[in-house]
Structures are given as C-alpha cells and as structure tokens.
Design a protein around this ligand. Structure first.
Ligand code: AMP
Length: 211
C-alpha cells in the first residue's frame, strides 16, 4: 500500500527477484491490456489515463482470475490492489477460496511533495517495465533500459493533473483500507524516504517474520 510514487512497484520487483513469487500488479495488467488493445484494455484506458480508478467489478474479476492460476498456490505479492474497501473485502473472500490468506500488508508512507518529484521524473521500460528516474535512478544510456535495451517512456498518467487526481482518490478511497488492515493486525507502516535499498531490507524482515 502507498500513494502513487511511494515505490510500491520498485519494491515489489525487488521482492519477487529475491523470493521468487508472482508479482500481481493490477496497474501493469491494465497497461498490458491497453497495449494489446483487448476488451479489458479498452475499458481500462477510459479510467487510467486521467487518473481515475477502474471500476471495482472489472478489477476484482481480473484479480480473481489471476489468483486462481497455479503459480499463486505458493504465495504472491499484490501491488496496487486492493485500492477500495469493496476490493479489500473481495480479496478476503478470494484468498479464503484459495486457502492463502494475506500474511502482511506493507504501507509505504511518503510525503506528498516527494511524490510529485518522483512521479515527474519517473520513466519505465516499455518492454520489461523496469523503473527509472531521470535524477535518482538514471539508466547507463539515456532513454535505454539497462536490463533489456528497451525504450524508456513516461506513463500517460504521470503528469501533474492526473497525479493530483490520483492522490485525491488515494486519500478518499484507498487510505481507509489502512484502518481495515490495522484492525486485522496485518498492517506494517514503513518510512518511504529511507531509500529503495533500506526499504527493501525492512520489507524483507517483515516478510521473514510473517511467513
Ligand atoms: P498503478 O500502476 O498501480 O499506479 O496503477 C495505474 C492505474 O491503474 C491507476 O491509477 C488506476 O487507474 C488503475 N488501477 C490499478 N490498480 C487498480 C485497482 N486496484 N483498482 C482500480 N484501478 C486500478
């Protein structure tokens, strides 16, 4: 959990590399569907580009299908889901169905000014999705992914207007989930300003302790 720009995707990618778990990012799944112009992509594009949430029924259906796949039987990292209380409630049902309850919820707490800085300079690889930043996480060759040579692009929803909408939606619809998981005793809040490597170490400790 955490607002846009908190580092959820970056951390999820570091964790999956270490723990060999599937990375379930609803944002990545929607972007892939948009790229391939599937029926899901056509629906998702209407909401994503200006920073709105994709409707719950569509998003929950997508996650239900993904969690039912064999590779999720040994665990998974959810990134960007749930984002509303109805999604969190649906996730409780889905995880019961597959006998894999959520073991920990990690919240990356990051100040608002920092989010604008990070999102404004954020670039991602068009091919493999690896994250970069024009100041703090530069590729070796400008505009080119270190890992796969793919082109680095700026996400359509990474502009100031869409980010302001995404932050408002985060406060209104997503932040209440923190309370939901706090009450269940699953929430771990970490400081998002300590740098990606330090954050990864903190997350690792939580994952080890809650395995
Ligand atoms: P992200 O890559 O997680 O920042 O997601 C990018 C965009 O995808 C969001 O701003 C939403 O428009 C959409 N999206 C991703 N996950 C969800 C979700 N759980 N519920 C609704 N919309 C979502």
């Amino acid at each position: 959990m955490g607002p846009p720009g908190a580092g959820k995707g970056t951390q999820a990618k570091l964790i999956i590399a270490e723990h060999n778990l599937p990375h379930i990012s609803t944002g990545d799944m929607f972007r892939e569907a948009i790229k391939n112009q599937t029926p899901l992509g056509v629906i998702a594009a209407k909401f994503i580009n200006d920073g709105h949430l994709v409707p719950d029924d569509v998003t929950i259906g997508l996650v239900r299908e993904r969690l039912s796949q064999d590779d999720c039987a040994k665990g998974f990292i959810l990134d960007g889901f749930p984002r509303t209380i109805p999604q969190a409630e649906a996730l409780d049902t889905l995880t019961k169905e597959i006998g894999r309850p959520i073991s920990s919820v990690i919240n990356i707490d990051t100040p608002r000014e920092m989010l604008f800085e990070r999102i404004g300079g954020r670039r991602v690889c068009k091919v493999c999705g690896a994250p970069y930043h024009i100041v703090t996480r530069k590729p070796k060759v400008e505009g080119v992914c270190d890992k796969c040579g793919g082109e680095l692009i700026q996400r359509k929803d990474d502009n100031e207007e869409a980010l302001a909408t995404r932050l408002d939606i985060y406060i209104k619809d997503t932040a209440p989930i923190l309370d939901y998981y706090e009450k269940k005793g699953l929430l771990h809040t970490l400081d998002g300003t300590i740098g990606a490597d330090n954050l990864m170490k903190e997350i690792d400790k939580i994952l080890e302790a809650t395995k």
